[in-house]
Ligand binder design. Structure first.
Ligand code: PLP
Length: 400
């Protein structure tokens, strides 16, 4: 039995110890540079790259160990770690696309991703169509002869929309189009998009993979019949090495440590999120709850097929944006903060935080309406989370 045959929870914990020292906690190789000892120079001249250590922008042993671990967890054939989730997204796109190529992307993606598709991609000669990717027919109609990439999120912020991955892969692959999925809101414990045929999975490791709000990083994993088997190594040498956003060895170590509790954390976080979602759905001052684990969610069928547990992210709508912000300022246990995916419950109001730079009409078309409150549910005791949320809701109409 090899490590890849173990259940997810065991794969999350287990990795082989370091070869030289047998250290169970993999060492941090805190070095920018490596000496060309023995025949290393000759090996590099002959074409060796990852087999030898050259310079930490090109790769580092701690980063390689983290990549190996994530590939095992996600079911990818390989992994490339980057300095942030946005670096994973941009490097995956620049590793595939050339000027003139066309992308079909979901209308609702993380704000920086959306802004890249909506404004910045055009500066590089890329063409983009933004469509609702829960509508398979609309996606099919948006494909052109130049379409090279279909881009979606496994759970899309902030309405927690879940696109039907298998169907999207089928229509994209029939045209040789690569499917990229951002798995940040789900994490590999909740969704493994490669199992549904997705070619490239990108994820902000800053969030659930790391899980402790202490390190920024990103990962790209591959499992594809369309892209070449060595595509990730090509991205490492010809894109990441040139654009220059490697993961630091210290962050690789922190993220590797965090990933070992991913299964355990998400089990608790998903259970807490479901309980909070049910509580909020019955709350008289909450207009609507968006959680993929609730039968009322518009994509409940896709979520039931693709997600293990409904995830740890939910959002709900209150009267208006000011009430949402006041509610969050009243929280005592839960933290009002930008990011997500850590042990602690963190919350934000997407319309005036993550999506602030996006014009209001565009925002509303994405489902980012005023008064929407987003929760990344942590591992605290559920009774304490609910009590904190209830006392804050009770005071959300009162100025501090
Ligand atoms: C869905 C999603 N993708 C990507 C990112 C970017 O990740 P990072 O902040 O690590 O660059 C975020 C950040 O919040 C996100 O929510």
């Amino acid at each position: 039995m090899s490590a890849k045959d173990y259940q997810f929870a065991s794969r999350a914990v287990f990795y082989e110890p370091e070869e030289h020292s047998q250290s169970i906690s993999y060492p941090i190789y805190m070095s920018a540079n490596f000496q060309y000892a023995g025949d290393i120079y000759d090996q590099i001249v002959a074409g060796a790259r990852k087999e030898v250590n050259i310079y930490s922008r090109c790769g580092n042993p701690t980063e390689y160990k983290f990549e190996e671990h994530i590939a095992q967890l996600t079911g990818g054939t390989g992994c490339l770690a980057t300095a942030s989730g946005m670096a994973a997204i941009s490097h995956a796109l620049f590793g595939i696309l050339k000027a003139g190529d066309h992308i079909v992307a979901d209308l609702t993606t993380y704000s920086s991703t959306h802004e890249f598709f909506d404004h910045r991609a055009q500066d590089f000669g890329l063409k983009v169509s933004l469509v609702d990717c829960t509508d398979v027919r609309a996606v099919e109609n948006a494909f052109t002869a130049e379409t090279k990439v279909l881009y979606v999120e496994a759970i899309a912020n902030p309405t927690m929309k879940v696109p039907p991955l298998r169907k999207l892969v089928e229509i994209a692959h029939a045209r040789g189009i690569v499917v990229i999925c951002d798995n940040t809101f789900a994490s590999p414990a909740v969704c493994r998009p490669h199992e549904f045929g997705v070619d490239v999975v990108v994820e902000s490791a800053t969030k659930f993979i790391g899980g402790h709000n202490d390190a920024v990083g990103g990962v790209i994993t591959l499992k594809s019949d369309i892209l070449p088997a060595d595509w990730l190594e090509d991205v490492r040498w010809n894109t990441l090495n040139k654009l220059g956003a490697p993961l630091s060895p210290f962050n690789a170590w922190l993220l590797l440590r965090g990933a070992q509790t991913l299964s355990l954390r998400l089990e608790k976080q998903c259970a807490n999120a479901l309980a909070l979602a049910k509580h909020l759905e019955a709350h008289p001052r909450v207009k609507r709850v968006f959680y993929p684990g609730l039968p009322s969610h518009p994509n409940y069928a896709a979520a039931s097929e693709q997600l293990q547990g409904g995830g740890a992210m939910l959002s709900f709508q209150v009267a208006d944006e000011a009430s949402g912000a006041r509610l969050l300022k009243r929280l005592k246990l839960c933290s009002f903060a930008a990011s997500l995916g850590g042990l602690r419950t963190t919350t934000q109001v997407p319309a005036t935080m993550a999506f602030l730079d996006i014009p209001s009409q565009e925002r509303e078309a994405m489902g980012v309406v005023d008064g929407l409150v987003r929760f990344s549910v942590g591992i605290e005791h559920i009774d304490d989370i609910i009590a904190d949320v209830d006392q804050a809701i009770a005071l959300m109409h009162v100025d501090l």
